[in-house]
Design a protein around this ligand. Structure first.
Ligand code: SAM
Length: 423
Protein backbone atom coordinates (compact mmCIF):
# COMPACT_ATOMS: atom_id res chain seq x y z
CA UNK A 1 0.00 0.00 0.00
CA UNK A 2 1.49 3.34 -1.06
CA UNK A 3 1.85 6.11 1.53
CA UNK A 4 -0.66 8.96 1.47
CA UNK A 5 1.68 11.41 -0.29
CA UNK A 6 2.28 8.88 -3.06
CA UNK A 7 -1.46 8.29 -3.41
CA UNK A 8 -2.06 12.03 -3.79
CA UNK A 9 0.72 12.19 -6.41
CA UNK A 10 -0.70 9.22 -8.30
CA UNK A 11 -4.11 10.91 -8.36
CA UNK A 12 -2.57 14.17 -9.58
CA UNK A 13 -0.80 12.31 -12.41
CA UNK A 14 -4.07 10.59 -13.37
CA UNK A 15 -5.75 14.00 -13.52
CA UNK A 16 -2.92 15.43 -15.63
CA UNK A 17 -3.26 12.46 -18.02
CA UNK A 18 -6.97 13.19 -18.49
CA UNK A 19 -6.53 16.96 -18.87
CA UNK A 20 -3.50 16.90 -21.16
CA UNK A 21 -4.29 13.63 -22.95
CA UNK A 22 -8.07 13.65 -23.30
CA UNK A 23 -8.82 17.38 -23.23
CA UNK A 24 -11.01 17.06 -20.14
CA UNK A 25 -11.39 19.95 -17.72
CA UNK A 26 -10.33 19.46 -14.10
CA UNK A 27 -13.85 20.38 -12.95
CA UNK A 28 -15.29 17.58 -15.15
CA UNK A 29 -12.83 15.05 -13.73
CA UNK A 30 -13.61 16.11 -10.15
CA UNK A 31 -17.34 16.10 -10.88
CA UNK A 32 -16.98 12.52 -12.12
CA UNK A 33 -15.48 11.55 -8.76
CA UNK A 34 -11.78 11.40 -9.71
CA UNK A 35 -10.63 12.12 -6.13
CA UNK A 36 -13.59 10.82 -4.15
CA UNK A 37 -11.76 7.83 -2.73
CA UNK A 38 -9.04 10.00 -1.12
CA UNK A 39 -9.37 11.40 2.40
CA UNK A 40 -10.04 15.20 2.40
CA UNK A 41 -6.44 16.20 3.13
CA UNK A 42 -5.00 14.09 0.31
CA UNK A 43 -7.77 15.23 -2.03
CA UNK A 44 -6.75 18.85 -1.39
CA UNK A 45 -3.12 17.91 -1.87
CA UNK A 46 -3.79 16.11 -5.18
CA UNK A 47 -5.71 19.13 -6.46
CA UNK A 48 -2.99 21.55 -5.41
CA UNK A 49 -0.29 19.41 -7.08
CA UNK A 50 -2.35 19.25 -10.29
CA UNK A 51 -2.87 23.01 -10.38
CA UNK A 52 0.80 23.76 -9.57
CA UNK A 53 1.94 21.43 -12.34
CA UNK A 54 -0.42 22.94 -14.91
CA UNK A 55 0.69 26.48 -14.01
CA UNK A 56 4.37 25.51 -14.19
CA UNK A 57 4.11 23.09 -17.14
CA UNK A 58 6.19 25.16 -19.55
CA UNK A 59 8.99 25.62 -17.00
CA UNK A 60 8.96 21.93 -16.05
CA UNK A 61 9.26 20.93 -19.71
CA UNK A 62 12.19 23.31 -20.16
CA UNK A 63 14.02 21.84 -17.18
CA UNK A 64 13.34 18.27 -18.30
CA UNK A 65 14.27 18.72 -21.95
CA UNK A 66 18.08 18.47 -21.64
CA UNK A 67 17.70 15.19 -19.76
CA UNK A 68 15.38 13.42 -22.22
CA UNK A 69 16.50 12.12 -25.60
CA UNK A 70 12.92 11.53 -26.70
CA UNK A 71 9.56 12.29 -25.15
CA UNK A 72 8.40 9.46 -22.86
CA UNK A 73 4.73 8.33 -22.85
CA UNK A 74 2.34 10.95 -21.48
CA UNK A 75 1.77 9.48 -18.01
CA UNK A 76 5.54 9.10 -17.46
CA UNK A 77 6.06 12.63 -18.73
CA UNK A 78 3.39 13.84 -16.31
CA UNK A 79 5.11 12.05 -13.42
CA UNK A 80 8.36 13.79 -14.39
CA UNK A 81 6.60 17.16 -14.71
CA UNK A 82 4.92 16.85 -11.33
CA UNK A 83 8.19 15.74 -9.72
CA UNK A 84 10.03 18.67 -11.30
CA UNK A 85 7.47 21.19 -10.05
CA UNK A 86 7.61 19.77 -6.54
CA UNK A 87 11.43 19.85 -6.55
CA UNK A 88 11.41 23.43 -7.82
CA UNK A 89 9.05 24.37 -4.99
CA UNK A 90 11.54 22.99 -2.45
CA UNK A 91 10.03 19.58 -1.71
CA UNK A 92 12.65 17.10 -0.35
CA UNK A 93 14.25 15.24 -3.27
CA UNK A 94 14.30 11.75 -1.72
CA UNK A 95 10.53 11.74 -1.09
CA UNK A 96 9.64 13.06 -4.55
CA UNK A 97 12.01 10.74 -6.44
CA UNK A 98 11.00 7.71 -4.39
CA UNK A 99 7.28 8.37 -5.00
CA UNK A 100 7.63 8.92 -8.72
CA UNK A 101 9.79 5.80 -9.18
CA UNK A 102 7.20 3.79 -7.24
CA UNK A 103 4.30 5.19 -9.27
CA UNK A 104 5.92 4.56 -12.64
CA UNK A 105 7.34 1.22 -11.46
CA UNK A 106 3.87 -0.17 -10.71
CA UNK A 107 2.58 0.68 -14.18
CA UNK A 108 2.17 -2.47 -16.24
CA UNK A 109 2.81 -0.59 -19.47
CA UNK A 110 5.58 1.73 -18.41
CA UNK A 111 7.18 0.06 -15.38
CA UNK A 112 10.41 -0.49 -17.32
CA UNK A 113 10.88 3.32 -17.38
CA UNK A 114 11.29 3.66 -13.61
CA UNK A 115 15.08 3.75 -13.98
CA UNK A 116 14.77 6.67 -16.39
CA UNK A 117 12.48 8.51 -13.95
CA UNK A 118 14.98 7.95 -11.15
CA UNK A 119 17.94 9.19 -13.20
CA UNK A 120 16.16 12.21 -14.68
CA UNK A 121 14.62 13.45 -11.43
CA UNK A 122 17.93 13.13 -9.60
CA UNK A 123 19.53 15.38 -12.21
CA UNK A 124 16.60 17.81 -12.10
CA UNK A 125 16.78 17.89 -8.29
CA UNK A 126 20.27 19.32 -8.54
CA UNK A 127 19.32 22.35 -10.59
CA UNK A 128 15.52 22.85 -10.45
CA UNK A 129 15.31 24.97 -7.28
CA UNK A 130 17.74 27.61 -8.57
CA UNK A 131 16.94 27.41 -12.31
CA UNK A 132 13.15 27.62 -11.88
CA UNK A 133 12.99 31.33 -11.04
CA UNK A 134 15.21 32.27 -13.98
CA UNK A 135 12.85 30.79 -16.56
CA UNK A 136 10.28 32.99 -18.25
CA UNK A 137 6.70 33.19 -16.99
CA UNK A 138 4.77 30.43 -18.80
CA UNK A 139 2.91 31.65 -21.87
CA UNK A 140 -0.57 30.89 -23.07
CA UNK A 141 -0.80 28.56 -26.09
CA UNK A 142 -0.75 30.31 -29.45
CA UNK A 143 -4.43 29.67 -30.27
CA UNK A 144 -5.37 31.88 -27.32
CA UNK A 145 -2.33 34.14 -27.05
CA UNK A 146 -2.56 35.43 -30.62
CA UNK A 147 -6.13 36.80 -30.42
CA UNK A 148 -5.44 38.25 -26.98
CA UNK A 149 -2.31 40.04 -28.20
CA UNK A 150 -4.37 41.41 -31.07
CA UNK A 151 -7.05 42.65 -28.64
CA UNK A 152 -4.96 43.98 -25.75
CA UNK A 153 -1.33 44.20 -26.96
CA UNK A 154 1.69 42.08 -26.00
CA UNK A 155 2.60 43.87 -22.73
CA UNK A 156 -0.96 43.46 -21.38
CA UNK A 157 -0.99 39.76 -22.29
CA UNK A 158 2.38 39.27 -20.56
CA UNK A 159 0.87 40.90 -17.45
CA UNK A 160 -2.15 38.56 -17.69
CA UNK A 161 0.19 35.57 -17.94
CA UNK A 162 2.02 36.75 -14.84
CA UNK A 163 -1.36 36.91 -13.03
CA UNK A 164 -2.27 33.41 -14.27
CA UNK A 165 1.04 32.06 -12.97
CA UNK A 166 0.48 33.52 -9.50
CA UNK A 167 -2.99 31.98 -9.17
CA UNK A 168 -5.89 33.47 -7.25
CA UNK A 169 -6.71 34.24 -3.63
CA UNK A 170 -10.15 33.32 -2.27
CA UNK A 171 -12.83 36.01 -2.54
CA UNK A 172 -16.06 35.97 -0.61
CA UNK A 173 -19.35 37.81 -0.95
CA UNK A 174 -20.96 38.49 2.43
CA UNK A 175 -24.66 38.43 3.18
CA UNK A 176 -25.49 41.90 4.45
CA UNK A 177 -24.83 42.24 8.18
CA UNK A 178 -22.71 39.04 8.28
CA UNK A 179 -19.13 39.15 9.46
CA UNK A 180 -16.15 37.97 7.42
CA UNK A 181 -13.88 35.11 8.54
CA UNK A 182 -10.92 37.55 8.45
CA UNK A 183 -9.21 38.85 5.31
CA UNK A 184 -9.14 42.18 3.53
CA UNK A 185 -12.16 44.17 2.34
CA UNK A 186 -11.64 45.07 -1.32
CA UNK A 187 -12.69 48.48 -2.72
CA UNK A 188 -15.71 46.87 -4.42
CA UNK A 189 -16.86 45.26 -1.14
CA UNK A 190 -15.74 41.63 -1.61
CA UNK A 191 -13.59 40.08 1.12
CA UNK A 192 -10.26 38.55 0.10
CA UNK A 193 -8.41 35.77 1.95
CA UNK A 194 -4.88 34.93 0.87
CA UNK A 195 -4.32 31.64 2.72
CA UNK A 196 -7.82 30.35 3.19
CA UNK A 197 -7.26 26.59 3.47
CA UNK A 198 -10.37 24.41 3.40
CA UNK A 199 -13.38 26.60 2.58
CA UNK A 200 -15.98 24.56 4.45
CA UNK A 201 -13.89 24.80 7.64
CA UNK A 202 -13.91 28.63 7.67
CA UNK A 203 -16.10 30.39 10.28
CA UNK A 204 -19.50 31.31 8.88
CA UNK A 205 -19.57 28.67 6.12
CA UNK A 206 -22.08 26.36 7.80
CA UNK A 207 -24.18 29.34 8.91
CA UNK A 208 -24.31 30.55 5.30
CA UNK A 209 -22.88 34.00 6.10
CA UNK A 210 -20.98 34.19 2.80
CA UNK A 211 -20.22 32.39 -0.43
CA UNK A 212 -17.14 32.08 -2.60
CA UNK A 213 -17.23 34.48 -5.54
CA UNK A 214 -14.38 36.24 -7.32
CA UNK A 215 -14.44 40.02 -6.81
CA UNK A 216 -14.99 40.56 -10.55
CA UNK A 217 -17.86 38.06 -10.62
CA UNK A 218 -19.60 39.97 -7.83
CA UNK A 219 -19.87 43.15 -9.93
CA UNK A 220 -22.60 42.26 -12.51
CA UNK A 221 -25.27 42.07 -9.79
CA UNK A 222 -23.95 45.23 -8.13
CA UNK A 223 -24.36 46.98 -11.49
CA UNK A 224 -27.87 45.55 -11.97
CA UNK A 225 -28.73 47.06 -8.56
CA UNK A 226 -31.72 44.82 -7.75
CA UNK A 227 -34.35 46.42 -5.52
CA UNK A 228 -36.51 44.69 -2.88
CA UNK A 229 -39.61 43.20 -4.50
CA UNK A 230 -38.43 43.61 -8.10
CA UNK A 231 -38.87 40.63 -10.42
CA UNK A 232 -35.46 39.49 -11.61
CA UNK A 233 -34.68 36.65 -14.02
CA UNK A 234 -31.26 35.03 -13.65
CA UNK A 235 -31.04 33.28 -17.02
CA UNK A 236 -27.88 31.16 -16.65
CA UNK A 237 -27.83 30.77 -12.92
CA UNK A 238 -25.74 27.79 -11.84
CA UNK A 239 -23.92 27.36 -9.51
CA UNK A 240 -25.73 30.38 -8.12
CA UNK A 241 -23.26 33.00 -6.88
CA UNK A 242 -25.20 35.76 -8.59
CA UNK A 243 -28.59 34.22 -7.73
CA UNK A 244 -27.64 34.52 -4.05
CA UNK A 245 -26.64 38.16 -4.46
CA UNK A 246 -29.98 38.91 -6.15
CA UNK A 247 -31.96 37.06 -3.46
CA UNK A 248 -29.96 38.71 -0.67
CA UNK A 249 -30.98 42.11 -2.09
CA UNK A 250 -34.63 41.16 -1.58
CA UNK A 251 -35.56 40.72 -5.25
CA UNK A 252 -38.12 38.11 -6.36
CA UNK A 253 -35.69 35.89 -8.23
CA UNK A 254 -36.32 33.28 -10.92
CA UNK A 255 -33.10 31.31 -11.39
CA UNK A 256 -32.95 29.27 -14.58
CA UNK A 257 -30.27 26.91 -15.89
CA UNK A 258 -30.27 24.22 -18.55
CA UNK A 259 -28.35 21.76 -16.39
CA UNK A 260 -30.26 19.76 -13.78
CA UNK A 261 -27.01 18.73 -12.07
CA UNK A 262 -25.76 22.31 -11.84
CA UNK A 263 -29.17 23.53 -10.68
CA UNK A 264 -28.87 21.12 -7.74
CA UNK A 265 -25.81 23.17 -6.70
CA UNK A 266 -27.92 26.36 -6.81
CA UNK A 267 -30.49 24.75 -4.52
CA UNK A 268 -27.77 23.57 -2.11
CA UNK A 269 -26.24 27.05 -2.05
CA UNK A 270 -29.62 28.70 -1.43
CA UNK A 271 -30.36 26.22 1.37
CA UNK A 272 -26.99 26.83 3.07
CA UNK A 273 -27.36 30.61 2.93
CA UNK A 274 -31.07 30.61 3.85
CA UNK A 275 -31.94 32.62 0.73
CA UNK A 276 -34.83 31.95 -1.61
CA UNK A 277 -35.38 31.94 -5.34
CA UNK A 278 -37.63 30.05 -7.71
CA UNK A 279 -35.44 27.52 -9.54
CA UNK A 280 -36.24 26.39 -13.07
CA UNK A 281 -34.39 23.83 -15.17
CA UNK A 282 -34.82 24.84 -18.78
CA UNK A 283 -33.41 26.46 -21.89
CA UNK A 284 -32.93 30.22 -21.64
CA UNK A 285 -33.98 30.50 -25.27
CA UNK A 286 -37.43 29.10 -24.43
CA UNK A 287 -38.20 31.11 -21.29
CA UNK A 288 -41.17 33.49 -21.43
CA UNK A 289 -42.46 36.37 -19.28
CA UNK A 290 -41.62 39.99 -18.54
CA UNK A 291 -39.24 41.02 -15.76
CA UNK A 292 -38.09 44.28 -14.18
CA UNK A 293 -34.52 43.12 -14.68
CA UNK A 294 -32.70 40.26 -16.40
CA UNK A 295 -29.21 38.98 -15.66
CA UNK A 296 -27.60 37.16 -18.59
CA UNK A 297 -24.35 35.56 -17.39
CA UNK A 298 -23.93 33.73 -20.66
CA UNK A 299 -21.95 30.52 -21.27
CA UNK A 300 -18.56 31.52 -22.69
CA UNK A 301 -14.94 30.48 -23.17
CA UNK A 302 -14.26 31.18 -19.45
CA UNK A 303 -10.85 32.52 -20.49
CA UNK A 304 -11.13 35.12 -17.72
CA UNK A 305 -10.84 32.41 -15.07
CA UNK A 306 -7.44 30.93 -16.02
CA UNK A 307 -5.88 32.13 -12.72
CA UNK A 308 -8.10 29.56 -10.99
CA UNK A 309 -8.44 27.13 -13.90
CA UNK A 310 -4.99 26.72 -15.49
CA UNK A 311 -6.26 23.51 -17.12
CA UNK A 312 -8.47 25.47 -19.50
CA UNK A 313 -5.90 26.65 -22.08
CA UNK A 314 -4.17 23.25 -21.97
CA UNK A 315 -7.27 21.06 -22.26
CA UNK A 316 -9.04 23.16 -24.89
CA UNK A 317 -8.10 24.45 -28.33
CA UNK A 318 -10.63 27.20 -28.99
CA UNK A 319 -12.64 25.13 -31.46
CA UNK A 320 -15.84 25.61 -29.39
CA UNK A 321 -15.66 29.38 -29.28
CA UNK A 322 -17.49 30.11 -32.55
CA UNK A 323 -20.57 28.20 -31.36
CA UNK A 324 -20.49 29.96 -27.98
CA UNK A 325 -20.31 33.39 -29.61
CA UNK A 326 -23.32 32.51 -31.77
CA UNK A 327 -25.26 31.23 -28.72
CA UNK A 328 -24.49 34.44 -26.79
CA UNK A 329 -25.95 36.56 -29.60
CA UNK A 330 -29.09 34.39 -29.65
CA UNK A 331 -29.37 34.65 -25.88
CA UNK A 332 -29.08 38.45 -25.93
CA UNK A 333 -31.81 38.60 -28.59
CA UNK A 334 -34.19 36.39 -26.60
CA UNK A 335 -33.36 37.82 -23.16
CA UNK A 336 -34.12 41.32 -24.49
CA UNK A 337 -37.72 40.25 -25.17
CA UNK A 338 -38.05 39.31 -21.47
CA UNK A 339 -37.12 42.79 -20.17
CA UNK A 340 -40.18 44.99 -19.55
CA UNK A 341 -40.23 48.42 -21.19
CA UNK A 342 -38.20 50.74 -18.93
CA UNK A 343 -36.40 47.73 -17.40
CA UNK A 344 -32.76 46.71 -17.65
CA UNK A 345 -30.50 43.79 -18.38
CA UNK A 346 -26.91 43.05 -17.43
CA UNK A 347 -25.05 40.99 -20.00
CA UNK A 348 -21.78 39.51 -18.78
CA UNK A 349 -19.22 36.84 -19.61
CA UNK A 350 -16.06 35.68 -17.80
CA UNK A 351 -14.12 35.95 -21.04
CA UNK A 352 -11.06 37.87 -22.17
CA UNK A 353 -12.15 37.84 -25.80
CA UNK A 354 -13.87 41.01 -27.11
CA UNK A 355 -16.01 38.79 -29.39
CA UNK A 356 -17.74 37.53 -26.23
CA UNK A 357 -18.08 40.99 -24.69
CA UNK A 358 -17.56 44.39 -26.32
CA UNK A 359 -18.43 43.11 -29.81
CA UNK A 360 -21.65 41.42 -28.64
CA UNK A 361 -22.87 44.66 -27.08
CA UNK A 362 -21.78 46.82 -30.02
CA UNK A 363 -23.79 44.54 -32.32
CA UNK A 364 -26.80 44.43 -30.01
CA UNK A 365 -26.87 48.24 -29.89
CA UNK A 366 -27.17 48.34 -33.67
CA UNK A 367 -29.84 45.59 -33.75
CA UNK A 368 -32.20 46.81 -30.99
CA UNK A 369 -33.19 50.49 -31.25
CA UNK A 370 -34.72 50.46 -27.73
CA UNK A 371 -31.39 49.40 -26.16
CA UNK A 372 -28.77 51.75 -24.69
CA UNK A 373 -25.82 51.23 -22.36
CA UNK A 374 -26.11 52.82 -18.92
CA UNK A 375 -22.71 54.37 -18.19
CA UNK A 376 -23.88 56.05 -14.99
CA UNK A 377 -24.58 52.61 -13.49
CA UNK A 378 -20.84 51.85 -13.72
CA UNK A 379 -19.90 54.53 -11.19
CA UNK A 380 -19.62 52.22 -8.19
CA UNK A 381 -16.97 52.36 -5.44
CA UNK A 382 -13.77 50.62 -6.52
CA UNK A 383 -14.48 50.77 -10.27
CA UNK A 384 -11.67 52.50 -12.10
CA UNK A 385 -13.07 54.77 -14.86
CA UNK A 386 -10.25 53.48 -17.09
CA UNK A 387 -12.03 50.10 -17.15
CA UNK A 388 -15.06 51.59 -18.94
CA UNK A 389 -15.17 50.75 -22.65
CA UNK A 390 -16.08 52.75 -25.70
CA UNK A 391 -19.58 51.27 -26.06
CA UNK A 392 -20.27 51.83 -22.34
CA UNK A 393 -19.45 48.44 -20.78
CA UNK A 394 -16.89 47.42 -18.18
CA UNK A 395 -13.77 45.44 -19.09
CA UNK A 396 -11.99 43.65 -16.24
CA UNK A 397 -8.71 41.79 -16.68
CA UNK A 398 -6.68 39.40 -14.50
CA UNK A 399 -3.75 41.83 -14.48
CA UNK A 400 -5.86 44.55 -12.84
CA UNK A 401 -5.31 44.94 -9.06
CA UNK A 402 -2.09 42.91 -9.47
CA UNK A 403 -0.72 44.33 -6.20
CA UNK A 404 -3.77 42.93 -4.41
CA UNK A 405 -3.82 39.51 -6.11
CA UNK A 406 -5.67 40.25 -9.36
CA UNK A 407 -9.27 39.59 -10.40
CA UNK A 408 -11.01 37.38 -12.92
CA UNK A 409 -11.27 38.62 -16.48
CA UNK A 410 -14.85 39.70 -17.13
CA UNK A 411 -16.96 41.84 -19.41
CA UNK A 412 -20.27 43.36 -18.33
CA UNK A 413 -22.68 46.03 -19.51
CA UNK A 414 -25.93 47.46 -18.16
CA UNK A 415 -28.45 47.66 -21.02
CA UNK A 416 -31.48 49.94 -20.54
CA UNK A 417 -34.72 49.36 -22.42
CA UNK A 418 -36.60 52.46 -23.48
CA UNK A 419 -39.88 52.89 -21.55
CA UNK A 420 -41.96 53.62 -24.66
CA UNK A 421 -40.62 51.23 -27.28
CA UNK A 422 -37.96 51.84 -29.93
CA UNK A 423 -37.09 55.49 -30.55
C1 SAM B 1 -21.15 31.30 -16.66
S1 SAM B 1 -22.12 30.00 -16.06
C2 SAM B 1 -23.20 30.84 -14.95
C3 SAM B 1 -22.59 31.20 -13.61
C4 SAM B 1 -23.63 31.70 -12.61
N1 SAM B 1 -24.37 32.83 -13.14
C5 SAM B 1 -23.03 32.09 -11.27
O1 SAM B 1 -22.79 33.27 -11.04
O2 SAM B 1 -22.82 31.21 -10.43
C6 SAM B 1 -23.14 29.68 -17.43
C7 SAM B 1 -24.29 28.72 -17.16
O3 SAM B 1 -25.13 28.71 -18.34
C8 SAM B 1 -25.78 27.48 -18.37
N2 SAM B 1 -26.35 27.33 -19.74
C9 SAM B 1 -25.72 26.99 -20.88
N3 SAM B 1 -26.59 27.00 -21.93
C10 SAM B 1 -27.79 27.36 -21.42
C11 SAM B 1 -29.09 27.54 -21.97
N4 SAM B 1 -29.31 27.36 -23.28
N5 SAM B 1 -30.08 27.90 -21.15
C12 SAM B 1 -29.88 28.08 -19.82
N6 SAM B 1 -28.67 27.91 -19.23
C13 SAM B 1 -27.65 27.56 -20.02
C14 SAM B 1 -24.72 26.48 -17.99
O4 SAM B 1 -25.29 25.28 -17.51
C15 SAM B 1 -23.96 27.28 -16.91
O5 SAM B 1 -24.40 26.89 -15.63
Amino acid sequence: MADSATQARQSAIDLLDQILGEGRLLSECLGAGALDRLPPEERARAQRLTLDTLRGLERADRLLKPHLQKAPPLSVRNALRLGTVELAHGEAAHGVVHSMVEIVGRSRRHGRLKGLVNAVLRKVAADAPSAWGRLRVPRLPRWLRDPLVQAWGAPAVAAMEAAHFVGAPLDLTLKSGASAPGGEVLPTGSVRLHDAGQVSALPGFAAGDWWVQDAAAALPVQLLDPQPGESVLDLCAAPGGKTMQLAAAGARVTALDISEGRMARVRENLARTGLSAETVVGDALEQGGQYDAVLLDAPCSATGTIRRHPDLPLAKDGSEFGALIELQAQMIAHAWTLVRPGGRMVFCTCSLLPDEGEVQVEEALTLYPDMSTDRAALGLPGIDPAWITEEGGLRLRPDYWSERGGMDGFYMAVLRKAADGPE
